[in-house]
Design a protein around this ligand. Structure first.
Ligand SMILES: Cc1cc2nc3c(=O)[nH]c(=O)nc-3n(C[C@H](O)[C@H](O)[C@H](O)COP(=O)(O)OP(=O)(O)OC[C@H]3O[C@@H](n4cnc5c(N)ncnc54)[C@H](O)[C@@H]3O)c2cc1C
Length: 421
C-alpha cells in the first residue's frame, strides 16, 4: 500500500470500529484506513456471548460480523493482535505496541476501544473466576458449564449477570445471583420492573442474594470455592462470574505523547455533539461519552446498536472535518438509544434513556404482569420506554413515544393508547 496516501486510523476492531471503517469507505474515503485491534479475531459480535455462545446453541464462528471476503473488500491496513499504546493529538501520531513500536502518522483517528470488565482484587489467575467480555471469556465459561450440576455464583445483578444467570439456570446448574441492588437490573429498570424480573429469576430457581456486596472470592489451592459477602457469609460455588461493570479502555489515549493537553478521559473519551474529542480525534461506541443536543445531556452508552450508529456518525463527521467541501457539514449525533436483553423466554426492549428517571409508569397488557410497557421520565418529560413480552407490532409503536421529548402527561396518555390498541 502506498505510504503517500493520507491515513485514518480506527482503533478497536469490533462493532464500532468496523462500522467506522465501513462508513469511511462507503462515504468515499479513498485514503488508507488502518484498523487496529488487540484481539486476534476479525470483528465479532458480543451480545451472543452471554446468550447463544454461553448456552452452546452457536459455535463461536457464528459471531463474526463479516466474512474474510467482506473485510478484504474494504481494502484495510488490518492490524489484529496489535495494541495501540499512545496517541499524540498534537502531532497526530499513533504508537502501536507491536515489536517496532511503529508510529503511524494519521490525518484522523477514530477511537473505538470499548470497555474492559472490572475484576475483584486477588482474583487474577484463580481457576474458576470468570469475566464475560470476549469470545475466549465466553468459551471458557461455556466449557465449565458443559459439566452438569455445577454451582455458579454470579456477582452483579446488571444485564450481563442476569443474562448469564438465566442461561446457566436453563442448563440446569445451581445459580446464585448476588448484587448490591434490591432487585435485578434495578439501576436501569427501576425497583418495580426490576422486582418483576427478580421474581422471574426466582421462579426459574435462581437463588437471589440482593442488597449484598461481595467482598472477595474464596479460593483453595488456587481454585475458587465461593464468594464472600459483606455480612461475612459465603456463597459456595465451583465457578464465579464477575459481572460488576466495566471501565472505558482509554489508557492509550493518555499515553506519553498525550501530555496535559490531551482529551478529557473522565468516564470515557469526552466528545462534543459531533463525536469529536479534539481536532481529528473522534470517539464511537462504548468508550465515547458525548453530548446529545436533543436530550441536552452527556451520554455514554454500552449498547450494541449505538456502537454501529456512532461508528458511522464518527466516520462521517471526521471526513466532514477533513474536507467539508467534499463531504459536507458535520452533523450532531442524536440517536434514540436502543437496547435489548434476552432472559429465559423474555425479551426486553428499550428505546430512549431509562436510567436516572424520577418517575415510571407501568402498563400491562391484559392480566399477565410480564407483558408490559413502562414509561420512564425526568424533569416533566418522557425519556425512555421499555417493553417486556409485548407483540412486535406494539413494541415498534412505542419508540415514537419518546423519539422527541414529550411532556409526561401526554406521553402517559399515548402509552395507554399504544398498549391497549
Ligand atoms: C456479553 C455481552 C452481552 C451483551 N449483550 C447486549 C445486548 O443484548 N444488547 C445490547 O444492546 N448490547 C449488548 N452488549 C453490549 C454491546 O455488545 C457493546 O455495546 C458493543 O460491543 C460495543 O462495541 P464497541 O465496538 O464500542 O466496543 P467493544 O466491543 O468493547 O470493542 C472494542 C475493541 O477494542 C479493543 N481494544 C481495546 N483497547 C485497545 C487498544 N489499546 N488497542 C487496540 N485495540 C483495543 C478491544 O479488545 C475490543 O476488541 C453486550 C456486551 C457483552 C460483553
Amino acid at each position: 500500500m502506498s505510504t503517500h496516501r493520507p491515513r485514518i486510523a480506527v482503533v478497536g476492531a469490533a462493532a464500532a470500529g468496523l462500522a467506522a471503517a465501513e462508513g469511511l469507505r462507503r462515504l468515499g474515503w479513498d485514503g488508507e484506513i488502518a484498523l487496529i485491534g488487540d484481539e486476534p479475531h476479525l470483528p465479532y459480535d458480543r451480545p451472543p456471548l452471554s446468550k447463544q455462545i454461553l448456552s452452546g446453541a452457536w459455535e463461536p464462528q457464528r459471531t463474526a460480523l463479516r466474512d474474510t471476503e467482506q473485510i478484504a473488500a474494504l481494502g484495510l491496513d488490518l492490524r489484529l493482535g496489535t495494541r495501540a499504546l499512545a496517541y499524540d493529538p498534537a502531532r497526530r501520531v499513533l504508537t502501536l505496541g507491536d515489536d517496532g513500536h511503529t508510529e503511524l502518522r494519521c490525518v484522523g483517528v477514530i477511537a473505538a476501544t470499548g470497555v474492559t470488565p472490572r475484576s475483584l482484587p486477588g482474583t487474577d489467575g484463580v481457576e474458576g473466576v470468570h469475566v464475560l467480555r470476549t469470545l475466549e471469556d465466553a468459551c471458557a465459561l461455556r466449557r465449565r458449564l458443559a459439566t452438569p450440576g455445577r454451582r455458579l455464583a454470579v456477582v452483579g445483578t446488571g444485564v450481563l449477570g442476569a443474562e448469564a444467570a438465566a442461561v446457566a439456570r436453563a442448563l440446569g446448574h445451581e445459580v446464585t445471583l448476588v448484587g448490591t441492588g434490591d432487585t435485578v437490573m434495578e439501576r436501569v429498570l427501576g425497583a418495580e420492573v426490576g422486582g418483576l424480573l427478580a421474581d422471574v429469576h426466582r421462579a426459574q430457581g435462581v437463588t437471589l442474594r440482593t442488597g449484598q456486596a461481595v467482598t472477595g472470592v474464596r479460593a483453595e489451592a488456587g481454585r475458587a470455592v465461593g464468594v464472600v459477602l459483606a455480612d461475612g457469609s459465603t456463597v459456595e460455588a465451583d465457578d464465579v462470574l464477575l459481572a460488576i461493570g466495566s471501565d472505558p479502555a482509554v489508557g492509550w489515549l493518555r499515553g506519553p505523547g498525550a501530555g496535559t493537553a490531551g482529551p478529557d478521559l473522565t468516564d470515557g473519551l469526552r466528545c462534543d455533539e459531533f463525536c469529536a474529542a479534539a481536532p481529528g480525534l473522534y470517539g464511537a461506541g462504548d468508550i465515547a461519552r458525548w453530548y446529545h443536543p436533543v436530550l441536552r445531556r452527556e451520554l455514554r452508552i454500552e449498547h450494541r446498536m449505538n456502537a454501529s450508529e456512532q461508528g458511522l456518525a464518527a466516520a462521517r463527521n471526521l471526513l466532514a472535518e477533513l474536507d467539508p467541501e467534499r463531504f459536507g457539514e458535520r452533523r450532531p449525533f442524536t440517536p434514540v438509544p436502543y437496547f435489548w436483553s434476552d432472559q429465559y423466554d423474555l425479551k426486553l426492549q428499550a428505546h430512549g434513556v431509562l436510567t436516572g428517571a424520577d418517575r415510571i409508569e407501568v402498563r400491562t397488557l391484559g392480566k399477565d404482569p410480564l407483558r408490559l410497557a413502562a414509561l420512564y421520565g425526568g424533569d416533566g418529560l418522557a425519556t425512555g420506554v421499555l417493553a417486556i413480552g409485548l407483540p412486535p407490532r406494539r413494541t415498534r409503536g412505542l419508540r415514537a413515544l419518546i423519539a422527541t421529548p414529550v411532556p409526561w402527561p401526554e406521553a402517559v396518555a399515548r402509552l395507554a393508547d399504544a398498549v391497549d390498541a
